[in-house]
Design a protein around this ligand. Structure first.
Ligand code: LLP
Length: 418
């Protein structure tokens, strides 16, 4: 969170006081630091250069066009999971040859779209998906480039909702079935095998599970290649964690070191799909205190941002540091920071020690650059927040705050109801 710091008692993003941004753009507003995302990207680039990896930014964590363009300009490919994401990525100027398409439920329309655009590969997650992709490709007189996404049954030791590579989860192809499916894929005329893929989970704070997953995948690579099936790519997915509170996640360099040795014996091109570790700590959600309310030994600080803006605390009980924009001294008190939504689960923090806050105070909810805006909804018919990018001494509105008309876009009352 080094790009957010107090200077002269005012919380800054790089060299701009956040109070200036909230005055200019209103509240709630997401703010992102270009320097932070660039630094995060370059640390991956540097660490994985010896392994000649292709980095594909996992856009589900933040799909704003300007954020995508920033990564594309830095040379990144994109990891997509829907036709909508493909549309956004192309609008932002992504090179289809650097797009990988993951996801358990791709439909024929999405497959057609991606095939027509000529993406690098589909990470296929089931035998049925493979069969459909084969059909769709043949209809277009094309071959679909694929990797099979293997479920290596490794515990990533993270939150159960973001654990994806264990047997009980819906993701990927069971390890034991993968070899047969490669043989089947080899027979299919509409399929061109390019690689192998796995993604075991998100917010990993140790490298061990990545290494274990890689070992399992490489054992399968040996078996597949011994049958004369050539593989060019090995996609290890995303998942490197970030520091929200006390976590000490490994650096990209430690990650590269941990997997480098095992990979060096193979002529596979490595693909990584990092999301959170590129954007998480590059962004914050700015909000303003509306009211405070006291209840038996409990104080609520009611702010104008809610679970529709940032769902992570409500959904995963996740911790986001909260700092007042104007630094305050004095005794801290434990409060719940809550939003205006009609749900008891609508909180940004519970039992959090914060300096005494009052109506009109402004706050930054940190580490909100990933899975913040991209998971926002209109619940309670609330317009989505504005998004602002800070680059050098300049700030840019990269998504307007929605207005009331935006909230009913596409709706119609049929004649029968008039
Ligand atoms: N690749 C695949 C196939 C994925 O499913 C994901 C994340 C990524 C890459 C990127 O993972 P990352 O580097 O960001 O960990 N909404 C949750 C996180 C869900 C992650 C879903 N998949 C959260 O707010 O914690």
């Amino acid at each position: 969170m080094k790009h957010f710091s107090y200077q002269k008692k005012q919380l800054h993003i790089e060299n701009i006081p956040l109070s200036t941004l909230i005055k200019t753009y209103g509240s709630p507003t997401y703010v992102y630091s270009y320097a932070a995302l660039k630094e995060a990207y370059e640390s991956y680039q540097k660490a994985f250069k010896p392994l000649n990896a292709l980095l594909c930014y996992s856009m589900k964590c933040n799909s704003n066009l300007s954020i995508l363009r920033s990564f594309i300009n830095l040379g990144s490919g994109i990891d997509i999971v829907s036709g909508g994401e493909l549309f956004r990525a192309l609008k932002a100027g992504a090179d289809p040859k650097k797009i990988v398409f993951s996801g358990v439920g791709k439909n024929a329309e999405e497959m057609t779209y991606a095939l027509k655009k000529g993406i690098l590969m589909f990470n296929v997650e089931s035998a049925q998906e493979l069969a459909l992709l084969d059909q769709v490709a043949l209809k277009l007189k094309k071959q679909a480039p694929i990797a099979l996404r293997i479920n290596p049954n490794i515990d990533p030791k993270t939150h159960p909702y973001i654990t994806t590579g264990m047997k009980k989860s819906k993701f990927g192809i069971q390890y034991e079935e993968a070899f047969n499916l490669y043989q089947e894929a080899q027979q299919r005329k509409g399929i061109h095998i390019r690689g192998i893929d796995c993604h075991i989970g998100s917010q990993l704070t140790q490298v061990g599970p990545f290494v274990d997953a890689l070992e399992r995948v490489l054992a399968l690579v040996d078996k597949i290649q011994s049958q004369g099936i050539a593989l060019e790519y090995l996609d290890l997915g995303g998942g490197l964690g970030i520091r929200y509170n006390e976590e000490k996640p490994p650096t990209p360099q430690a990650y590269a070191r941990a997997i480098g040795k095992a990979l060096s014996a193979y002529k596979l091109k490595l693909i990584l799909e990092p999301g959170r570790s590129l954007m998480g700590n590059a962004g914050a959600l700015l909000t303003q205190v509306l009211y405070t309310k006291d209840r038996d030994n409990k104080r609520f600080v009611i702010v104008d941002a809610a679970m529709n803006d940032l769902i992570r605390p409500a959904f995963y009980q996740s911790y986001h540091e909260i700092l007042p924009l104007a630094q305050k001294s004095g005794k801290k008190e434990k409060v719940d920071v809550v939003g205006p939504i009609c749900e008891t689960g609508d909180f940004l923090a519970t039992d959090r020690a914060l300096p005494k806050l009052q109506s009109g105070d402004t706050l930054a909810v940190l580490s909100a650059g990933a899975y913040g805006f991209s998971m926002a909804s209109h619940y309670n018919t609330r317009p989505k927040a504005a998004e602002v990018l800070v680059k050098g001494s300049k700030h840019y509105l990269i998504r307007k705050r929605e207005n009331l008309k935006d909230l009913i876009k596409g709706e119609e009352i049929p004649k029968a109801l008039q």
